[in-house]
Write a protein that binds this ligand. Structure first.
Ligand code: ADP
Length: 492
């Protein structure tokens, strides 16, 4: 038993004894008409009881103060802790407070666990978002994600390039401000308003910027918000699954300009090939029919007819060879094998083959070649074919007794090697110059000078620019001659 309790009991006992003394004394004074003298003891006892009560109060107050101090200290430390009863009378109060503390402690522990779970979920969600963003940024197609207010939520670099907006400022920008493309804006709005979270729309769209036209395959789909309240959107169309309101639209733009160009090129090529093949074939057919019908009655006419047939058959064969050559190289069927090569060596080999034809026409060939130490990474066979085509054209389109100069120059600063093949030939009219590298293009003015298919320069351009990432060029003056050349990177 604690001091406080003892004092309270003592105070109660003393008060009772004091009261008993006073009662006895009062009875004695009534019965015997005299004072027993016990009132003095009773008074003393009551004084003692009051003193014990005061002490008990002091002890109780001190215990209360101590408990208050402990509670304040706990509050200041920010921890939850249990109280130890400093006085037996305060024990029930302390026990109740401890129960509340225990309950609060359990609630705090639960909250801490929930917080940890939420932190883990947040980490997973953040990692997933980073993952998705990394995928988004790494793909070459343009990707845009919008919210229900038609503002951009996500966009990748390719999208920023396509629509010419600043990627860092794109977030939360309305699509009208970022895209500035009426058709695209309309497509996104229509998709969102359709509310269809199950299907997607695919369409073709051409974007013009900086003077270029690019064609895109646009795929639009709605992002379903599964957390949305069913029926929250009164404009929602019927049939939409409950709780799957469109939270925005995902747009993917796949650039198919090149594919379209290739398809167009293929069409042009096929129609060009059929046209070019049909002309000599029709001629052969006509002359053969004339021979069968007996229209060539004398030997001289027959011979003339046979010569036409032979020439046309040769032309047909040249055409087929060139077509096969060009389509095999352009389609990638011919394996490219790039090795450090000296252009000087390749040019020398081509010159050896072309020299007899040049000699026949009395054409002089001048060489001004850099030493073989300057090398470029090239496919020898393909580069040989390109040089041979240029040399063969120079011989074909240069009248007798002309000159062909073959020159290579090294630009050390730019790490380039430049090859120039200059002739003193007929030259090319300015109106034809931009088209000489097109398939089947033949300058009308020169077509009578030499037979050809219009495929040679197209193949040279493909070999130099597409296969070797170089640059081809032409300079020409009618009646004075032409210079065809190309530039390639020197080996490091
Ligand atoms: P082709 O088989 O007709 O020679 P190319 O593609 O090699 O086909 O050349 C295309 C056209 O460019 C030729 O028809 C000719 O008109 C012109 N051309 C090419 N090289 C020369 C040259 N060295 N001098 C003049 N014209 C040329």
């Amino acid at each position: 038993m604690r001091r406080g309790q003892l004092l309270v009991i003592l105070s109660v006992v003393l008060s009772l004894c004091g009261v008993a003394c006073f009662a006895y004394d009062a009875r004695e004074s009534i019965r015997l008409a005299r004072v027993s003298g016990l009132w003095g003891i009773g008074g003393a006892l009551l004084i003692l009881a009051a003193t014990a009560g005061i002490f008990a109060c002091t002890v109780f107050r001190r215990a209360c103060r101590e408990m208050t101090r402990t509670l304040r200290e706990l509050a200041a430390s920010g921890r939850l802790g249990f109280l130890t009863p400093s006085d037996a009378q305060l024990a029930p109060l302390t026990a109740s407070i401890n129960e509340v503390v225990e309950f609060a402690d359990r609630a705090v522990t639960d909250a801490a666990m929930r917080l940890k779970e939420l932190e883990i979920q947040l980490k997973v969600a953040t990692a997933q978002r980073h993952h998705a963003e990394a995928i988004l940024y790494s793909i070459s197609d343009a990707v845009l994600v919008t919210d229900p207010f038609d503002e951009i939520v996500l966009a990748n670099e390719s999208a920023a390039r396509t629509f010419n907006f600043e990627l860092s400022e794109a977030s939360r920008t309305p699509i009208e401000r970022a895209l500035r493309d009426e058709k695209m804006i309309g497509l996104i709005r229509d998709m969102r308003q359709s509310g269809s979270t199950s299907g997607r729309r695919i369409t073709e769209h051409t974007i013009r910027s900086d003077g270029t036209r690019r064609t895109y395959k646009v795929t639009l789909s709605c992002v379903a918000d599964h957390g949305a309240e069913p029926g929250a959107d009164p404009s929602a169309p019927e049939g939409r699954p409950p709780g799957a309101a469109p939270a925005g639209v995902v747009v993917v733009l796949h650039d198919m300009t090149k594919e379209k160009e290739v398809a167009e090129m293929k069409n042009d090529f096929v129609s060009g090939v059929s046209h070019e093949l049909r002309t000599p074939l029709a001629s052969i057919k006509a002359y053969v029919e004339m021979l069968i019908d007996g229209e060539a009655d004398d030997d001289k006419t027959k011979r003339e007819f046979y010569e036409v047939i032979q020439n046309e058959a040769n032309r047909l064969s040249r055409l087929i060879d060139n077509i096969l050559n060009i389509s095999r190289i352009e389609s990638g069927l011919v394996k490219v094998n790039k090795q450090p090569q000296s252009l000087m060596v390749i040019i020398k080999e081509a010159l050896e083959v072309i020299a007899p034809q040049a000699k026949l026409k009395g054409i002089a060939i001048e060489e001004n070649l850099t030493p073989a130490i300057y090398q470029t990474r090239a496919d020898k066979d393909m580069m040989y074919q390109a040089v041979l085509n240029l040399l063969s054209n120079a011989v074909k389109y240069t009248p007798d007794d002309g000159t062909i100069t073959v020159q290579t120059l090294v630009d050390e600063a730019k790490r380039k090697v430049i090859t120039r093949i200059t002739d003193t030939g007929v030259g090319i009219p300015p109106k034809d110059l931009p088209f000489v590298f097109d398939k089947f293009y033949r300058a009308e003015a020169n077509s009578r000078m030499a037979k050809g298919t219009g495929l040679g320069l197209s193949l040279v351009k493909h070999i130099v620019e597409t296969v070797h990432h170089g640059r081809i060029f032409v300079e020409s003056h009618v009646g004075r001659g032409s210079t065809f050349g190309f530039e390639l990177d020197l080996c490091e």
